[in-house]
Design a protein around this ligand. Structure first.
Ligand SMILES: CC(=O)[C@@H](O)[C@H](O)COP(=O)(O)O
Ligand SMILES: NCC(=O)COP(=O)(O)O
Length: 247
């Protein structure tokens, strides 16, 4: 069980691709963003190849596979198409996420408890290519226990409910739910990551929770980069995280 205050930043570059896809141009290139992010201190690069290809494309993933100096965290739905693609590119880290075509963003965690045999088979298959498989789940003991049972070494706690909470009481409750889930996940022997909806004003409370291995952050970074540039946006986020983790 790790309770160190070392915490990694995974930079999600999906929304660089969202901007490109909005006009069907060649720019902005998420691969360039990934390299800039690495130079600015990113510990890894996260991409989500969605079934509807609304942002990241196969081309991006294939190029990233060749050029990244850190590591790729490949987010994917549990479909045969994605399983086969993952086996082709063999990312170091794979995060299994739920996907709904019409959703604006990933609205909740993967229901591992409700489909244990299916997820267990996926984890087994992806572990064979050497990937560390993580499950993107709600901060919920039932889902954490199920994640352990299906053999995933890691989980990523969906912080969307915390990020969306409106009142101080709700924010405090959601933060506590994440903190309790981190402790519970660590007690189960899991690597615990977290992410979704984190931004410059809400990240430090999460980063201060002891034992989180990595935070994956994307949308807020890409938005801030419009004003300060991608490297500065990443460096600012990393500094906030490291300061909070030391507190
Ligand atoms: C699973 C997850 O949380 C990320 O993939 C992130 O949310 C990317 O953005 P979209 O959910 O908008 O695709
Ligand atoms: N898995 C969460 C992620 O990669 C980043 O989500 P967001 O910061 O774009 O909401």
């Amino acid at each position: 069980m790790s309770t160190s205050n070392r915490i990694l930043l995974g930079v999600n570059i999906d929304h660089v691709a969202t901007l490109r896809q909005a006009r069907g141009t060649r720019y902005p290139d998420p691969v360039k963003a990934a390299l800039d992010a690495e130079e600015a201190g990113a510990d890894g690069i996260t991409v989500h190849l969605r079934e509807d290809r609304r942002h990241i494309q196969e081309r991006d993933v294939l190029l990233l596979k060749d050029v990244l100096q850190t590591r790729m965290n490949f987010e994917m739905g549990v479909t045969e198409e994605m399983m086969a693609f993952a086996e082709l590119i063999r990312p170091a880290h794979i995060c299994l996420v739920p996907e709904t075509r019409q959703e604006l963003t990933t609205e909740g965690g993967l229901d591992v408890a409700g489909q244990e045999s299916r997820i267990s088979l996926a984890v087994e298959r992806l572990s064979k290519i050497g990937a560390e498989v993580s499950l993107f789940i709600d901060a919920d003991e039932r889902q954490i226990e199920a994640s352990k049972r299906v053999g995933a070494p890691a989980i990523e706690l969906h912080t969307g409910r915390y990020a969306d909470a409106q009142t101080p009481t709700d924010v405090a409750d959601e933060l506590q739910r994440v903190a309790d889930s981190v402790a519970f996940g660590l007690a189960q022997g899991l690597i615990v990551n977290a992410g979704h909806g984190l931004h410059y004003h809400n990240v430090q409370a999460i980063a201060a929770i002891k034992g989180i291995n990595e935070l994956n952050i994307g949308h807020a970074l890409v938005a801030h980069a419009l004003f300060v540039g991608f490297k500065s946006a990443v460096a600012e986020m990393k500094a906030l995280i490291l300061t909070a983790a030391k507190s």
